[in-house]
Write a protein that binds this ligand. Sequence first.
Ligand SMILES: C[S@@+](CC[C@H](N)C(=O)[O-])C[C@H]1O[C@@H](n2cnc3c(N)ncnc32)[C@H](O)[C@@H]1O
Ligand code: SF4
Length: 379
Amino acid sequence: MGLYIHLPWCLHKCGYCDFNSHATTANAFPEEDYVQALITDLVAGKDELQGRSVQSIFIGGGTPSLFSVQAISTILNACQQQLNLSSDCEITLETNPGTFEGEKFADFKLAGVNRLSIGVQSFDPEQLKKLERIHGRDEALHTVRTAQQLGFENINIDLMFALPGQTLEQALDDVAQACALDLPHLSYYQLTIEPNTRFHRFPPAIPSLDQAADIQTAAMAAINDAGYARYEVSAFSRQGAECRHNLNYWQFGDYLGIGAGAHSKLTVGHQIKRFQRVRQPDSYLTAVAQQKHVIQMRLLRSNDLIFEFMLNQLRLRRGFTRVDFEQRTQLCWQDTIASQIDHLLALGHLEQVAGRYFASEHAYRFLDSLLQEFLVETP
Ligand SMILES: C[S@@+](CC[C@H](N)C(=O)[O-])C[C@H]1O[C@@H](n2cnc3c(N)ncnc32)[C@H](O)[C@@H]1O
Ligand code: SF4
């Protein structure tokens, strides 16, 4: 089981971002009320976990590093009291370098945070301005170096590519600077122009699809040469440093999500259910007080299950086994996808080695097309 905790505020809403995040100023958001609401949400939602062991907690946002040590510590103490946390539970905090203070992060570590995911995006000062980031290159480097000095061993940085006006050389320069930091984990996302963002309303000139593909090929080769394995579409790690929390999503495992707009996926008996929390932070606070914060409960039917399983598992380079499929979907392999898998193996879109099924190198580049094969209209 994983636990996701959503903290929905940022000091600035970046022009490209469609996350459930809302601009605020320091101390202007209702920190205390929100923390209390999260705890009420956790206490009410924990029955769904049936005492199962929680292997990872991911505090995401938004900008969780905006919250005080007191707030993060109260949340983690409640998790400790209410849940069955594994002794080596991975506890990640998402961090924006524009909110980094060394002393505060030393205390986050004491509060139990043992992994940082730092939103760097680029090391190019001009690019950071275009992306409307609230930090420059130096703050990003300072954040990473101080976190290392504080003894955080498990650190990820997020980088994006195909940025406005970005050349291949600039992208490779970002990658070289990231690899030089010698961190255990790196996430490398292609910038997407999402509806309902300022970048969508006022589109910047971004590299063409072909240029983006060239950047991706060259950058991923450089990341690979620096000793990282691409274990998921956008995730690279040193041996043993994969993100346990995200691996659970990609393996179609169960998770509880608390906080504004958070999603959950839970197996109850032989049924797999999805839930969502009220999205707007203010409405979420009111809804929690009335115990009406869970707004959606959807039972996944077999077609949804097959598609969602593939959507997640095929992102993993190592793919899945037949046992994974049957355990995670509660469906019978032979009665559902066996013939489709054989067909895709025959076409060379899937490969099978030692019982693991995974996308062929070519199909992995066009994963969306491969996934279409599993999309069946539910009547
Ligand atoms: C919730 S944010 C990370 C933490 C923090 N809010 C920050 O930005 O520093 C998650 C990550 O998603 C990525 N991301 C956000 N919007 C994106 C977009 N439109 N296209 C590609 N990646 C995006 C960024 O790399 C970002 O760091
Ligand atoms: S800081 Fe992160 S979550 Fe907030 S708007 Fe920017 S990318 Fe989105």
